[in-house]
Every structure is written in C-alpha cells, then in structure tokens.
Design a binder for this molecule. Structure first.
Ligand code: GLA
Length: 376
C-alpha cells in the first residue's frame, strides 16, 4: 500500500501504442500514436537536500542521485532514465530541487509500448512540479527524447515522448514529426477493438539494431539528395521515389521504400479511421507489418507468428507489430464479439509454436501527462 499523503504530488505520463507510421518519425514522417491509460506514476515531495532519492514499488533497490553529479549515472541499472531526464531538464536551464520520488510503472518493460518514454516524461514533469514550475508538455517531450538519445544511447525519434506527454483521452494523435504540428483524431473503431498482445520475447540487441536502421535511412537520404532537393525521406512522394530509386540499392533501397510507402499508409489510415472504414484500416495495418518484416526487417519470428495467427482469425481484419520491433507487441483490429475467441486462439497457437505464452494487455486510450496535488 502506498501512503499517498506522504507525498505532495502525483504525476503520471502515458505509455503509447502506435496505430501506424512505424520507423518514419526520424525520417520526418507523420505518425499516428495514442497514449495509453497504462502509465508511469511518480509520487513526489521536496526533501530539502541536493539529492533525488528514487524508490519503486516493484524493486527493492533505492537510488540516490546527486543533482550536481547527474552526468555520472549512465551505467546505473535502475535510475539511469531518471538521471538522464533530470540532467536534460537542468541543462535546459530549469531549476532542480532535491526530492523523494516513488515510481510505479504499469507499462510493461520491453513491450514496445514506451515504458521508457513514460518514465522520462513523468520524471521531468514531476521535477518541474516539485520545483514550482509550470511546464510545457512539448518541451518536456523534446527533453525526454534528448535523454533517450544522449544519455541512454537510443537515437530515437520524437513519437514516443510526444505521445506520452501530449496524448488525449479517447484520441489518437496525427503528428507531423517534421513540424510537430498535430491533429487529435477521435479513436473511433465502431464495432471493433484494438487488441494489444505482447510476444514476450526476451530483449536483445534492440538498441544497436534500431540505431543501425536509422543510419541506413540517413544513408538513403544522402544518396537521394545528390539529385533531389529534399530535407528528409518523408518529403518524397511514392512516385518520385520510384523515379529516383536507381540511386539506391540493396538493403538501403528496401529501407527507404518502407519509409516512403509507410508515410502514404498513414494518410490512408487516418482517412479510414475518420470514415469508420475498419476493413480499410485493417488492410493498412497488415500491409504495414509485411513491409516492416520484408523491407525494414524489424519483426522476427515471435512478432511474425502473432501477426500471421491474427490474420487467420475470422474476427480480425488486420494486425501489425507496434513500436520499434524486434520484440514487443502486436496490435490487431478485432470485431468486439470475437475478441475472447481471438485471444484464446492466438495464445494457444503461439504458445504451441514458440514455447511460451504471449500476454494480452488491457488498456484504454488515455491522457498524456497528468498532475494531481495531493490533499492532506
Ligand atoms: C521506437 C522509437 C520511436 C520510433 C519507433 C518506431 O519506439 O522510440 O521514436 O522510431 O521506435 O516507429
């Protein structure tokens, strides 16, 4: 039991699911994520020292971070995300005060649902709140992204931290990652439900593979810029891409093709959701997965098994991996009446083939950051 009254504020930031637009955020593309009610919660109170004392409900460890030594905590097993986030907030000119933080993460780790973004964004928001500062969620997202890049070492795009900070209950966010313009689109699926299933693959080499993909897209961009006046891969229409694809070859060509076609799928998917065309949306989800498997090569046996089982079930109209890939979750668009049978079927067949069970995650589409003052 947590004694809430020991703390001054409760701050939360969301995990996220990405409906479509995968591996395009760092290429200036549009993405279509939604914040989840699964979130990281931080209880915080000032402690009058120059230490940030961290504890977790799920870990026996206690970690104390010296506000003046934040750069020295990169190697920490627990607490490095918080240290990196605090450092980026401080380096951006904000005030840090010593505080005690109790953290509770309900976003499963390694699930592709952005537990790391939820931790970074909630930590920064809690630090700002306890120092008496009003904060801008977009700045928090950008600094959280910087923590992930410069401190944790994943050269990520802005999607996860943005969705974690700026999500809106009941809505997906159409986010242009080049301009940060956004549109909230009602997350309306009619008679369908978005079923999130974690393949539970143990994590390995995710960071280095992610950074490698990102470098490949940069290589593709440089090659195309020899003849084209574009600032990012997302500036390229599908037609232009085919006209100039002779400038690329091998894997780099495949990676760029995924990006350009996925950007097109995002626009189509948003139209489909607005029209209530669930069959159309489902087809786009499935096409996205196939491209992530064959062209971008970020799926793997476990995610491919989950997706292909989903495609076989009569209540499902489309399924794909969500997030960075190499493990984590799939999302499937499933008729409400068929969800129970769908989950049973996928769980049984997956376990038979892979040797361990997947997990279905239940979540609503929730808000980004929330701050509550605790009344004593
Ligand atoms: C991870 C990154 C995001 C994004 C996705 C893939 O979640 O943090 O920036 O690139 O992978 O779409």
């Amino acid at each position: 039991m947590i004694d809430e009254k020991c703390y001054d504020y409760k701050v939360t930031a969301a995990g996220r699911v990405n409906v479509i637009g995968e591996h395009v955020d760092y290429c200036g593309g549009k993405v279509f994520p939604a914040a989840l009610s699964l979130c990281n919660t931080v209880y915080v109170r000032p402690n009058g020292t120059d230490k940030i004392n961290l504890s977790w409900t799920t870990l026996p460890d206690r970690v104390s971070l010296d506000i003046n030594e934040l750069g020295s905590y990169k190697g920490l097993k627990y607490g490095n995300y918080q240290a990196g986030s605090a450092l980026m907030w401080k380096n951006a000119g904000h005030k840090l005060v010593g505080c005690d933080m109790l953290q509770i993460c309900k976003v499963p780790f390694g699930s592709g649902l952005s537990s790391s973004a939820a931790i970074e964004v909630s930590t920064i928001s809690a630090l700002a709140t306890v120092a008496g500062e009003k904060f801008n969620p977009i700045e928090v997202a950008l600094l959280a992204q910087r923590a992930e890049r410069d401190f944790v070492g994943v050269n990520c795009g802005i999607m996860d931290q943005y969705a974690s900070a700026c999500g809106k209950r009941g809505h997906a966010i159409l986010l242009d990652c080049k301009t940060l313009e956004r549109e909230y689109v009602p997350f309306a699926l009619g008679d369908y439900e978005l079923v999130i299933i974690n393949c539970n693959k143990p994590h390995s080499l995710v960071q280095s593979k992610y950074n490698e993909r990102r470098a490949e897209t940069e290589y593709a961009l440089n090659a195309l810029q020899k003849e084209l006046d574009i600032g990012c891969l997302a500036d390229l229409s599908v037609e232009d891409f085919y006209d100039y694809s002779r400038l690329l070859s091998g894997k780099v060509l495949d990676r760029a093709r995924h990006v350009v076609e996925e950007c097109e799928r995002v626009s189509e998917a948003v139209k489909a959701m607005k029209k209530g065309d669930m069959l159309g949306l489902g087809r786009l989800l499935t096409a996205s997965h196939k491209s992530l498997k064959d062209l971008y090569e970020v799926t793997g046996e476990e995610l491919d098994t989950l997706a292909s089982l989903a495609w076989k079930h009569p209540a499902c109209v489309g399924s794909r991996m969500t997030g960075g890939g190499f493990g984590g979750c799939t999302i499937s668009l499933v008729e409400k009446d068929g969800v129970v049978d769908f989950e049973k079927y996928v769980t049984e067949k997956y376990t038979e083939k892979i040797g361990y069970a997947p997990t279905a995650n239940k979540s609503e589409i929730g808000d980004g950051i929330t701050v509550t003052k605790i009344e004593k």
